[in-house]
Write a protein that binds this ligand. Structure first.
Ligand code: SF4
Length: 238
């Protein structure tokens, strides 16, 4: 059985005191080129917050590795069955708490091959009542996942892979999430790729708390949840 994770930034249900996620609405795999991230860039490997967390909390790492061990050698139908069961449990949790059905794929890790990506695509399409969102650096996943109505898809980009991102934008009109050293540099780079300005992530920009009694940052903001705009992230938060 795959295990979901609770994450304060993305949860779709928060305790009344505004501090604790009540529903686990995300899923992770171990990150990095050695595990699930074939598209990892040197920039993201250097500042991968998710990767750092794996080293800190043993319990978190165990969940990620256990998920990975179940999926890495599985066939596509096996992967699909495992993911479907996990999403079915999430759906039931949402019904119990009358929560908005929003699921963030991959708080850590990425689409590691075509069969795994196809398995997710089929599960997402079989749950039209759930809105999914995901960021990926796996370029092969973009044409597979483009055009799925209830999925907000972002290609994650930075100084290392921005030309690839630019091509994917032209070919598939995929939304981009740009990680820069600072917001000004990111804005400039994004304007060289696409004429429409990208939005600085308000949580990363310190304009929105990670979690509050109004909800998690991502559910309150909802830009990425529904792929409303290209987004900028800054490693320095400036
Ligand atoms: S832009 Fe909004 S939805 Fe996207 S990561 Fe930031 S807070 Fe979350």
């Amino acid at each position: 059985m795959l295990r979901r994770s609770k994450d304060r930034k993305v949860t779709n249900a928060v305790s009344p005191n505004g501090k604790t996620p009540l529903i686990a609405n995300t899923f992770g795999l171990p990150s990095g080129k050695a595990f699930s991230c074939p598209g990892a860039t040197s920039v993201c490997e250097k500042i991968c917050y998710a990767g750092k967390l794996e080293k800190v909390y043993k319990g978190v790492r165990d969940v990620l590795v256990d998920n990975w061990n179940q999926l890495k050698d599985a066939s596509q139908p096996q992967m699909e069955a495992l993911i479907y069961q996990m999403i079915d449990e999430f759906d039931k949790d949402c019904d119990k708490r009358n929560a908005q059905k929003l699921f963030r794929i991959h708080w850590d890790g990425d689409f590691f091959n075509v069969a795994y990506t196809m398995a997710w695509k089929n599960v997402i399409k079989s749950w039209p009542s759930i809105q999914f969102w995901v960021y990926t650096r796996s370029d092969f996943a973009v044409p597979i996942l483009t055009g799925v109505d209830n999925l907000a898809l972002y290609f994650s980009t930075d100084d290392d892979n921005w030309q690839l991102a630019s091509n994917l934008k032209t070919l598939h009109d995929v939304k981009l999430a740009y990680l820069a050293n600072n917001f000004a540099m990111g804005k400039e780079r994004m304007l060289s790729i696409t004429p429409k300005s990208a939005i600085p992530c308000p949580e990363n920009n310190k304009k929105l708390p990670l979690i509050s009694d109004k909800g998690s940052a991502c559910v309150t903001c909802s830009q990425c949840v529904f792929a409303r705009n290209d987004i900028l992230f800054s490693a320095s938060k400036k």
